[in-house]
Design a protein around this ligand. Structure first.
Ligand SMILES: NC(=O)c1ccc[n+]([C@@H]2O[C@H](COP(=O)([O-])OP(=O)(O)OC[C@H]3O[C@@H](n4cnc5c(N)ncnc54)[C@H](OP(=O)(O)O)[C@@H]3O)[C@@H](O)[C@H]2O)c1
Length: 347
């Protein structure tokens, strides 16, 4: 008898993965233009995220955004095994993982990546990112006011020591591409100056209310794929990660109007806009109808030029994932993490 927890591959309502647009990387490899986020935060249990990964693959997803700090890589690894048992080959999948902030020390990088590989039950990763450019650990689920007493600012020499070990992961064949996350232009300038193996992608917050146009164009011009996290404005994030100034792209009248025209949820418009603009959105969802709608969003008719221009005009420069826990001095503003004056904030 078949196991009812294992979906049929492909599902009856699946999207053909061959119809999903691909983003070409500098290496010549291709990444599916939408991925499934896997950060369940406080509200989605690890098993539910792993079940969504399995089911999303049956629906045509081939790109999964993982990280050791999400705490669920071992269960997601079981889903990957099931996915490959269904006949999908490893090389048809794009799997990203990330090095957490307490593992930047040179001696930790390779064993930490090997642990992710063991948990995910893979021989190699398609992409391995340095999750944040600060080695300032804080426990998951802590309050935004929490600070690590040993917190330090961005120290380029230190970051490069970590990066050299990521390069070694490529040399050893454990990782096909390496990249960054939560970077800024001045930090990226230094990395591009000093890297032997250039970053293939940068993962960053990107949604209609936080378009980061200057950094986005910078990355595209340098041949670095922008991967957009919280592409829907992270509506499920916990209260501790909200401030009164935060806005919601899925409630924006421009997004809502386009959603009404197409008869879809505003979230789907955010996904369509992202993929059409040229970034790779990685929306999280543990609800079948939602992750299927998001996948269908990137293969259905594009938004009109007028709609794309209307969305370009609603940018509010509203960063939602501010990163306060990474601050290294008292009385700092979260903006110090993001080098908003175009220079790295001094220690
Ligand atoms: N590199 C980094 O530092 C970093 C930081 C943050 C996030 N990320 C990655 O980015 C992923 C996505 O970001 P996120 O989780 O913050 O937020 P998000 O993708 O913007 O929003 C996810 C929320 O939207 C809902 N949703 C998804 N599709 C929907 C649809 N079609 N209609 C209505 N609601 C929908 C989901 O609820 P349901 O489950 O009910 O569908 C969930 O609550 C993460 O999972 C993680 O992989 C990376």
């Amino acid at each position: 008898m078949s196991d009812p927890s294992i979906p049929t591959f492909p599902a009856a309502d699946a999207v053909d993965p061959a119809t999903v647009p691909q983003r070409r990387l500098r290496s010549g490899a291709s990444m599916p233009a939408i991925g499934l986020g896997t950060f369940g935060s406080d509200h989605v249990p690890h098993a539910a995220v792993a079940a969504a990964v399995l089911d999303a693959a049956a629906l045509g997803y081939r790109h999964f955004d993982c990280a050791s700090v999400y705490g669920n890589e071992d269960l997601i690894g079981q889903s990957f095994q099931q996915i490959m048992r269904s006949g999908i080959k490893r090389e048809e999948l794009w799997i990203t993982s990330k090095l957490w902030n307490d593992k930047h020390d040179e001696a930790d990088v390779i064993p930490t990546c090997e642990k992710s590989l063991r948990d995910l039950k893979l021989d190699y990763l398609d992409l391995y990112l340095i999750h944040w450019p600060f080695p300032n650990h804080h426990p998951p689920h802590c309050d935004v006011s929490a600070r690590n007493p040993d917190a330090v600012p961005y120290i380029h020499e230190r970051y490069m020591r970590t990066w050299r070990k990521l390069e070694e992961l490529v040399d050893r064949g454990l990782v096909r591409h390496i990249g960054t996350s939560n970077m800024t232009i001045p930090k990226m300038d230094l990395l591009l100056r000093d890297a032997r193996i250039l970053p293939a992608a940068n993962e960053m917050e990107l949604h209609p209310h936080f378009q980061q146009s200057e950094f986005f164009s910078y990355l595209v011009n340098k041949g670095i794929v922008p991967i957009g996290y919280s592409p829907l404005g992270s509506p499920g994030r916990p209260d501790r990660d909200r401030t009164p100034e935060d806005t919601s792209p899925t409630e924006d009248p421009v997004i809502v109007r386009i959603a009404q025209r197409l008869g879809v949820h505003p979230a789907v418009i955010c996904v369509k806009w992202a993929a059409q603009r040229g970034q790779v959105p990685i929306p999280f969802s543990s609800r079948r109808s939602n992750y299927l709608a998001n996948l269908r969003g990137v293969i259905s008719d594009p938004l009109t030029g007028e709609e794309m221009r209307a969305i370009a005009a609603i940018d509010r420069n509203c960063r939602l994932i501010k990163g306060q826990v990474f601050l290294w001095r008292d009385n700092q503003s979260w903006e110090d993490l993001w080098d908003i004056d175009g220079v790295i904030t001094p220690p």
